[in-house]
Design a protein around this ligand. Sequence first.
Ligand code: ADP
Ligand code: MG
Length: 342
Amino acid sequence: MRIHALPPQLVNQIAAGEVVERPASVVKELVENCFDAGANQVTIDIEQGGIRQIRIRDNGCGIVKDDLALALSRHATSKIASLDDLEQVGTMGFRGEALPSISSVARLTLISRTPEADCAWLVSADGTEKNFDPQPDPHPAGTTVDVRDLFYNTPARRKFLKAEKTEFAHIESLIQKLALARFDVGFVLNHNQREILHLKPATSLTEQEKRIAAICGSAFIELSVKIDYAASGLQLHGWVGLPTFSRGQQDQQFFYVNGRLIKDRLVAHAVKQAYQDVLYHGRHPVFVLYLTLDPALVDVNAHPTKLEVRFREGRTVHDFLFQALHRSLAAQRPGSEGGIAI
Ligand code: ADP
Ligand code: MG
């Protein structure tokens, strides 16, 4: 066979294979877009575990009418314009892939209104049909993305979807992670028209701790140490559970780098080492930690879903984390000054 360029639809479906694994991955991309739009209220309506419908509404900056078609086009983004921007990127998205990928494997409707516009405008795409001629809509300022029938045209992927309950559990757990990333944003999560989660924006420390308690259990705040530590241009703040609040699984470990939830071996290793002397084998700590560093020192473009990052100075980050955690935990041990017995 001779070499030929793939049709755009197929290119998008291939890209969707990387970012859209299941309904929760769609929710992640869409909610991150709400964050990037400066929204402080996000409402997520899910039907049948997200397989039937995912609808996400925000009160962010909106999209101007003339850009709506571009928003659904591949590699089109408002977030970066140059390699310099990429290396300093402060937004959750920048690849311009999510909306075109999702719309190639589902029926997607995008409705958006900027604060200045007289009305909202709607465009849609469903894998085969594109309707990029904007239609007026009474939607308020902000954006709604409605995604129906995920993988309806890619049976091989649809086959991998689990039961409605399992898919929704993934979504709920994801919303918890996103809610801990952004205390300043209010979240409402509904499943089959039932309210599952309702979190008001949390500005004060007390409100933040209430949100954490709602997600990690109310005992966590009591049985944790608050960390605020800075060294070598790195900053770590958050809450680390005392060994008495450990768990049999690693399901309550939230680690954010510049506001982005990540999974990283180096981070996991530093944490494990810090707890080594105080936790029994097989027990795992609970923590909610926020690492802040110069965006130029971390490459977030290591993976399409951006769950993995690359630290430019991994050793420094590792040692910094270990020190911060080790000291905070050591200060709590019996015999240490002002510590609580554990
Ligand atoms: P990326 O987030 O990487 O730029 P997306 O495909 O997720 O790519 O979105 C494409 C563009 O559509 C974004 O750059 C942004 O300009 C616009 N957009 C998407 N969702 C929203 C939203 N909720 N509010 C405002 N603009 C949005
Ligand atoms: Mg995006």
